[in-house]
Design a protein around this ligand. Structure first.
Ligand code: ZN
Length: 328
């Protein structure tokens, strides 16, 4: 049976073995802690968290993570750093849905309290507790560099196929973290302007991790992903896990954007005035009314004329799009 099937059938814990150089423990269903037992004296271990499937229908990241797990288990990928691998929302993955009750990636940082208890709010509580426990591991406490990559795929097409969303933080973004993102050959960075309930925001705010939500491409069902399209991300993560620092950018320079405004749906009659298939990072004309609801409308004002994650079908109170300015 392949690892993905074992994961989805909750049999992976009993089946998977790691080389004696790796101390493995499952902290919860779909949460695997791997600590290197031996490494060269001169190399210091950092701490890495890689998560996937926080949205259950975003399968490519899950397949990327399975690939890493498989290589670590076979011993073909050496482990340099303390590593926590998280398969986020298994019940939703089994049903091929983004979530069962509510969006898990809006619940972190205690925001799960604002939702009725359900599949996702229970998982948010569990994942927050696990992250706390992981950061109190002596090996993790001894490391100075903490990074978290939360892998996703976008619902729609995008003018920049691969991009990272960096959570809002008051401290500087670490240069070597931005450099890694640059070297991973993704196309764009987006800097958030406010705090949010995402998983990457949680690890950034509460554990000072260099964190990002990494959008690796478009969402497709299991088995329909062309993993070659994500080979740059896989290679960059392998490089990081092994501590080899061998990747170099092969594409034109990264584009950078900053979030300026969020379009929040507050009413049933909310309207988004762009076609459903509008791509992420589409540039819109000056003064165009992009969205409206009773007593409120959003008009494009330069230079904040790029739209990200437009989606009129979100629940009331949630974000129906972000307006971005391109940084030069
Ligand atoms: Zn997602």
């Amino acid at each position: 049976m392949d690892l993905l099937t074992l994961l989805l059938e909750n049999k992976i814990e009993d089946t998977l073995c790691f080389p004696p150089t790796i101390k493995s423990s499952w902290l919860a269903e779909g949460v695997l802690q791997l600590l290197p037992q031996e490494r060269p004296q001169e190399k210091k271990a950092d701490t890495l968290i890689i998560s996937a499937g926080i949205h259950g229908n975003e399968t490519a990241p899950v397949e990327i993570l399975i690939q890493l797990v498989s290589q670590l288990a076979q011993g073909s990928l050496p482990l340099q750093h303390n590593l926590l691998l998280i398969f986020g929302n298994l019940p939703a993955m089994r049903e091929g849905r983004r979530y069962l009750d509510n969006d898990l990636n809006r619940m972190f940082g205690g925001r799960h309290q604002n939702f009725p208890l359900g599949n996702e709010s229970s998982r948010a509580i569990e994942l927050e507790a696990i992250i706390r426990q992981f950061f109190s591991e002596p090996a993790v406490m001894a490391s100075t560099k903490h990074r978290h990559f939360d892998l996703h795929t976008a619902i729609r097409g995008s003018c920049h196929e691969q991009f990272a969303l960096l959570p809002y933080q008051t401290r500087e973004y670490a240069d070597d973290f931005l450099q890694w993102l640059e070297d991973s050959d993704i196309d764009a960075l987006v800097f958030h302007n406010t705090a949010g309930g995402t998983f990457s925001h949680f690890t950034s705010e509460h554990f000072n991790a260099d964190s990002c939500t990494l959008e690796v491409g478009k969402a497709r069902p299991f088995g329909q992903n062309d993993l070659a399209r994500f080979s740059n991300i896989t290679a960059a993560l392998q490089d990081l896990v092994a501590g080899s620092c061998a990747i170099k950018r092969d594409k034109p320079a990264l584009k950078r954007y900053r979030v300026v405004d969020a379009i929040i749906k507050q009413h049933d009659s909310f309207q988004l005035n762009i076609p459903e298939d509008t791509k992420n990072f589409t540039a819109l004309p000056e003064s165009f009314e992009i969205a409206s609801q009773p007593n409120q409308s959003w008009k494009i004002t330069f230079p904040a004329n790029f739209i990200l994650f437009p989606n009129a079908r979100v629940a009331i109170g949630l974000r129906a799009g972000l307006l971005l300015v391109q940084l030069t």
